[in-house]
Design a protein around this ligand. Sequence first.
Ligand code: GLY
Length: 416
Amino acid sequence: MRVLVIGQGGREHALVKALYFSPTVTEVHALPGNPGISEAICHAVDISNHEEILSLCRRFQFDLVVIGPETPLVQGLSDFLRNAKFQVFGPSQEAANLEGSKIFSKEFMQSAGIPTAPFQVVRSVEDVRKAHKAFTPPYVFKADGLAGGKGVYICPTIEELENVAKDVFDKKILGNAGGQALLEQFNKGYELSFFILTNGRNYVALPLAQDHKKIGEGETGPNTGGMGTVAPIRILDEEYNSIVKKVVEPTVKALQTKNLFYRGVLFIGLIMTDKGPSVLEYNVRFGDPEAQVLLPLLDGDWGQTMLKIAKGEMPNLSWKNIYAACVVLAAEGYPNTVVKGTEIEGDLNMQTTSSYLLHAGTKKEGSRWLVDGGRVLNCVGIGSSLKEAIKKSYEIAEHVHWKGRQMRSDIGKKFL
Ligand code: GLY
């Protein structure tokens, strides 16, 4: 089987690797991929050029196309390729609105009775001034559209909230993504990432993973795309069952009743409050860096698993009795202005039997590797215990260095 992976980050490198090691996959291609992806044939095609992607699919007759990031899904790439009779792992454009529009997603949850924080839609600073009285601080302001991880603001005071509203609505710092927004009640609790593979009618759950979203140790400082993950993590059966009953089952049922065509992975971002689970957001793709720790856990063939979902069938999955950890190495300045072009020292193809590097934001110039993105490298460790997996990922992290390299040293610590 010949597979194409769309995307270019650490998640896509993890997908390529998982497919490369799938017994029934003979060839993996990536579009555009990145210079560190050695397991695939990379094609330098613009991800938004659907016609060119289709002609590549026709040329190589891919048996399966796996779409990694949300943007091409929201832009309708999966429908476009499906209409041309390719098997695609990724939801339809309409269903991708679950991530592409926060308002669509909240209305979906509300109409299906899925627990989520109370909210109001706001479209101007004036709306925010009126609406804020219905909420207790800190105020949560979420831009409606895709904003590359920059659209969520937690504002301790009304002054800060108004400033954010001015930036988004008047100065348009998020462009079209900020045409409208949600004001949402802040919920206290711990966050959990719950992933399901679904054909829009049935689902199978993946093991639980936990991301570490803040740049600083002990969850301090600004939010990032994710600084590290561990999986599987365990929660009480009672909590797990309540997520399934209150969130997962009604979500899949609502996909069906609302006729949303979904064949892919759904990432449910939860906050576990003292009143039970509450949905923070849906993402219509694997998390990054959650994919990096979930994909190695499957005891089976990711190629066949994703192909089944793409065809609307359901796979039977079993999981290895192992743990995975991923420590992200980020560039100087991340998550604000990133310093690019710094030379990376070390062995960027470093791997052992139980640890390896995945490339997320690297660039090659001659024989030199340079920093080319916010999150630069992912250090993945596998072990028979979480402790061992974490140790392996930190060990491999020590093989690569650059000026200003950022790394949290407490990934997974609270689970030990
Ligand atoms: N790790 C969070 C995300 O992928 O959105």
